[in-house]
Design a protein around this ligand. Sequence first.
Ligand SMILES: Cc1cc2nc3c(=O)[nH]c(=O)nc-3n(C[C@H](O)[C@H](O)[C@H](O)COP(=O)(O)OP(=O)(O)OC[C@H]3O[C@@H](n4cnc5c(N)ncnc54)[C@H](O)[C@@H]3O)c2cc1C
Length: 420
Amino acid sequence: METADAPVVVVGGGVVGLCVAHYLASADVPVSVAERSALGSGASWGNAGWVCLSHSAPVPAPGVTHYALRSLGRPESPLYLRPPLDPRFVRWLWRLWRSSSEPEFRRGYAAVAALNAPTFELFEGLAEAGVDTTLQRPGLVHAFLSASEARHHLDVQREMAVGHYDLPDEVTLAPDARRLDPALSPEVQAAYVVRGEGVVDPVRLVESLAEVVKKAGGAVDVDVTVTGFRSSGGRVTAVRTTVGELPCRAVVIAAGMWSQSLVAELGVRLPMQAGKGYSFSVELDPQPEHALYFGDRRIVASPMNGATRIAGTMELSGNNRKLDWRRIVAIAKGSTHYLGQWFDDPDDLPRRIRDPWVGGRPFLSDGLPLIDRTPSHDNVFVATGHGMLGVTLGPSTGKALADYFLTGRRPEVLNAFRFR
Ligand SMILES: Cc1cc2nc3c(=O)[nH]c(=O)nc-3n(C[C@H](O)[C@H](O)[C@H](O)COP(=O)(O)OP(=O)(O)OC[C@H]3O[C@@H](n4cnc5c(N)ncnc54)[C@H](O)[C@@H]3O)c2cc1C
């Protein structure tokens, strides 16, 4: 069944799967992407589109579990816990707590920063290869309602930034702070800019990656669900799909929050939960010129396609994509502190905003991606768990995984992202 000429089957047509497919196809490896719905229809759809070096921190930071527990039953909280009745969730939370020690956090941060280091260079390479990355680099303004919070944030970032990106020496205080971006309101008390940080239209990026993969001779099939695998002698020889079996040379599982059940088919456990986030688009006057981070509320805003995409929250309520309207209202209300009173009554929101969306960030209990060969099958690789950073880390993940596949040796930068 398995032949040297059969393609590498990539499961998942999100940003991560398509980046892997791109780097394999550009090294003349036959690839075939199977996507169960539309391209980018998972977490890669309504995200904020940031491509950034300055937000490489894993979610399990010191104090995160305490913070999560305090959010129980408070749907307006940036991190919202509504625990499903599932022992796997309790185990996952326990592991999250164990990963949130200071040394673990720093190790994770350094590993993500190293993976992230070539990101902008790789985006340039994608553009040279014909991908319409849509990347703009307007910079990222961090805005705060309290000067002490802004200083604290800048100090923490400064410690982590060394060798990766430049930071200003001081925060800019009100009334000058709001001048860092025309959309900021007078309520903003302090702000600072990280220059060069970028924003993409994630849907266009994904579609264009698929076009370039096809031009290089790869196949990209939508409405094809992978349902299982045919194995022999510790290798997968074919992928079972809703349209029949696909013989394969190797498999890359890049199925976002759905990766867990596929990997389970191979007898491997992944401690994964969906970290649900919400977004919507709105026309503001003036629109932001930069990517904006509203630090005290952990809400973000991006200029995108002539509108402003506002996004936020980390909701842990099980592996589903149920949209809780209260979370949209909470983000909209939170954003008014930074952007001014752009709506009067939450009842007006349905006609004021468009594309309300919820997506499940693939989130492993230690907050780090998993980019590795499976322990069970020699020719099966997994690329998932990118949490809040899949758009940013898609190219570096794709490049490193393609190198792993081509050389048979795990690149050093992937050591922190192996099965654990
Ligand atoms: C609100 C929000 C804002 C965000 N903002 C940013 C940001 O600004 N910058 C950033 O870098 N990241 C951001 N992220 C995170 C980013 O969106 C994700 O990390 C990234 O999209 C994950 O990509 P993926 O390809 O791993 O998964 P997905 O995009 O979810 O792709 C997985 C794909 O696999 C398919 N699939 C699943 N099962 C099967 C199967 N059995 N057979 C075939 N196909 C299957 C799915 O349909 C899906 O299309 C944000 C996330 C959210 C929710």
